[in-house]
Write a protein that binds this ligand. Structure first.
Ligand SMILES: [Zn+2]
Ligand SMILES: [Zn+2]
Length: 376
């Protein structure tokens, strides 16, 4: 599956793409042959030699079909890349700079057109400058956007290469960032509203299909000191490797008693005692289940309006709050109350981070495991 592809647009419906000043962006190598090596993109310009290189005669090309029908990118088998292929290092990295995907070898066809273009470090559209490594929103044509209710409209991609023949023929090599809706198994409960999945799904797109820059951040879920995400921020933490016989979605860090990933849009709280992260929804469920048991009611509830519900809230500087509602409370009875939230693993109050007194915990004395004493 994967994101549907933004087609090469009809030239008559093109948005205006402005080429940025030549001294900033023109590659110093006018010869197309020099652009074949894979390293040329990461250091596209040693420094521009002359603004006049713009006027050097580009090869005569007819950009209209049937001569040109758009570019096709082919990824080659890892072990036997052809001499014409270009190596592309992983388009995405972890916070520590470690690449995520294997280096790929690719070819772009028709090569004559691809090679006739110059490489650029940036391009601008609608007065917005977009550089290599930036993420962009890409227009999906009307028949392409199947997930109309997806929180992220249209496609998002990372710009890896920029090539242009002239201001109206600007092409980008991009790596797609999938929306959860575009994954083979769709959106899961742990996916945030504005979550994207970094992929090594590459494509050449026409810069005319770019809408604007898309600010995307990497969220390192293994860093417990990580600042919480602004819920309106586009972010990624998961990856999908599509260059395998079957697409491989990376595993996420799991937490809590149910051993599931967290959804960054929902409350997840770290127990100050055992340091385990707990889903707010699991704390709520445990509280409701316990109330049903206390009242000898069947759980899970069979009624359309269950008697009890709970809402757990937590923020950085506020104490956690577990608010319970009795939906069947009669006049004069308590309808809402707050109760202590206990860790689902170590049973201790997750609001109380004070250290236990020495010898307070059963089975432990001054930090010596009682089993060790017995073995002496
Ligand atoms: Zn705990
Ligand atoms: Zn949980």
């Amino acid at each position: 599956m994967g994101p549907k592809r933004a087609a090469t647009p009809d030239p008559t419906s093109r948005k205006k793409v402005k080429r940025v000043p030549t001294n900033k962006t023109l590659s110093s190598s006018p010869s197309a042959a020099n652009h074949r090596s894979g390293s040329s993109a990461s250091s596209p310009a040693h420094s521009s030699t002359s603004a006049t290189s713009q006027s050097s005669n580009p090869p005569a090309l007819t950009w209209k079909a049937p001569a040109f029908k758009g570019f096709t990118l082919r990824v080659e088998a890892r072990r036997r890349p052809s001499v014409e292929s270009t190596a592309l290092p992983s388009p995405f990295e972890r916070a520590n700079g470690r690449p995520i995907f294997n280096t790929l070898n690719y070819r772009v066809e028709p090569a004559r057109y691809w090679d006739a273009m110059r490489e650029y470090r940036r391009f601008s559209i609608q007065n917005q400058s977009i550089e290599l490594g930036d993420c962009i929103y890409v227009t999906a044509s009307a028949d392409e956007d199947v997930a109309l209710d997806a929180p992220i409209r249209g496609w998002v991609a990372k710009v890896l290469h920029v090539r242009a023949h002239d201001p109206s023929h600007v092409f980008l090599l991009v790596a797609w960032m999938y929306r959860p809706e575009d994954l083979p198994n769709g959106r899961k409960p742990y996916h945030g509203n504005y979550e994207l999945i970094a992929s090594n799904d590459l494509q050449i797109i026409d810069a005319m299909t770019v809408e604007e820059k898309a600010p995307v951040v990497y969220w390192d879920e293994h860093d417990d000191e990580n600042e919480s995400l602004d819920p309106r921020t586009l972010f990624w933490r998961q990856t999908i490797d599509v260059q395998r016989s079957r697409p491989l979605l990376s595993k996420l860090r799991t937490h809590c008693i149910d051993n599931k990933p967290c959804n960054p849009d929902q409350v997840t709280v770290q127990c100050p005692h055992c340091k385990v992260w707990l889903h707010g929804a699991c704390i709520e469920e445990a509280a409701v289940r316990s109330l049903f048991q206390q009242h000898n009611l069947a759980y899970p509830p069979r009624t359309s309006v269950p008697r009890f519900s709970a809402q757990f809230t937590a923020s950085q500087d506020q104490p956690c709050r577990l608010r319970v509602t009795d939906h069947h409370a009669k006049p004069g009875e308590m309808k809402h109350w707050n109760q202590e939230a206990d860790c689902l693993l170590c049973d201790r109050n997750i609001d109380d981070s004070s250290e236990p007194e020495a010898g307070e915990e059963e089975g432990f004395h001054d930090g010596v495991d009682i089993t060790a004493i017995l073995e002496e």
